[in-house]
Ligand binder design. Sequence first.
Ligand SMILES: C[C@@](CO)(OP(=O)(O)O)[C@H](O)COP(=O)(O)OP(=O)(O)OC[C@H]1O[C@@H](n2ccc(N)nc2=O)[C@H](O)[C@@H]1O
Ligand SMILES: Nc1ncnc2c1ncn2[C@@H]1O[C@H](COP(=O)(O)OP(=O)(O)O)[C@@H](O)[C@H]1O
Length: 299
Amino acid sequence: MTLTSLHGCPAPAKLNLFLHVIGRRADGYHMLQSVFQLIDHGDTLDFDLREDERIVRLNEVPGVPEEQDLIVRALRTLQAEFERRFNRLPPGIDVRIEKRLPMGGGLGGGSSDAATALMAANYLWQAGLTTAELMAIGLPLGADIPFFLFGETAFAQGVGDDLQAVSGPDCWYVVIEPGVPVPTAAIFTAPDLTRNTKPVTVADFLGHKPESKDSGGFGKNDLQDVATRLFPPVAEAVEWLGNHGAARMTGSGACVFSAFSTEQEAEQVLMQVPAKWIAWKARSLTKHPMKSLLQINEL
Ligand SMILES: C[C@@](CO)(OP(=O)(O)O)[C@H](O)COP(=O)(O)OP(=O)(O)OC[C@H]1O[C@@H](n2ccc(N)nc2=O)[C@H](O)[C@@H]1O
Ligand SMILES: Nc1ncnc2c1ncn2[C@@H]1O[C@H](COP(=O)(O)OP(=O)(O)O)[C@@H](O)[C@H]1O
């Protein structure tokens, strides 16, 4: 039996437990080291095969025109790859997005949506691309897309595309949305960005002591100083959450998180978050939920 729709597909957020900038390439892109952690809070997507060959987004996403949406672009790229391989276009897809993740939040929302769309379409079209092949399609669209397709806690290097599975802490996070979108380019072009952090190894990360009273307990986010200087609401959120645990920014911001061993501890802090901010708690995930849903086991 062939399926014609997949509804309620999860597109989880990620947190960067640390993020080091260790250099800059000749093309201006920055060489990073980071640990990416999936969490159980995110967007939800519905996919329905169409009678024609169009890729259509059914709902509005504020600030993101349909043609620029990473989901639409990812599906069109995969559709073209399908045509190249099988000499026919697969059916089009209607996509509906329930957006919960803030834009420019450092949670990887757009990239996660695109990764979920690639997994769903590969399944609905029975295209048979491997995860590595989907990662190659996703990378030019967004540096975080390969991680979401990889689908496990990962030590990332390069521009985030060189990934190695690691075990992350099993814990609860409180995440604050400071209410400003942070454009990634503004952070990377700042003259005062630290670009020379000494490279670390996976063993350094795995050997660190979690009790060292820091979110994730290892390293730092090199983008945080610039982001807090340029976007004062981010600084305010770091300061407030820092009074309740070790607080750190994720990605290029704006969101700020702190780790707790139990849900109760996270709940206690969440209850006290000032009403001007959206905040929530989420648990670490060891595996992308789409992998279990679609029974993808190959990596
Ligand atoms: C730094 C991370 C960590 O997860 O931040 P978040 O997006 O999650 O916040 C990502 O790798 C972000 O990757 P991605 O989301 O693809 O970045 P883009 O918006 O395409 O990048 C915008 C601009 O930032 C700069 N840029 C981006 C990534 C990188 N490794 N070096 C850079 O110098 C480039 O000038 C690029 O044109
Ligand atoms: N489906 C999508 N959801 C969110 N943002 C998208 C999407 N498609 C394209 N974008 C663009 O990607 C930018 C970065 O958004 P997002 O990935 O959510 O943040 P971040 O990379 O900071 O985690 C947005 O400002 C938006 O212009």
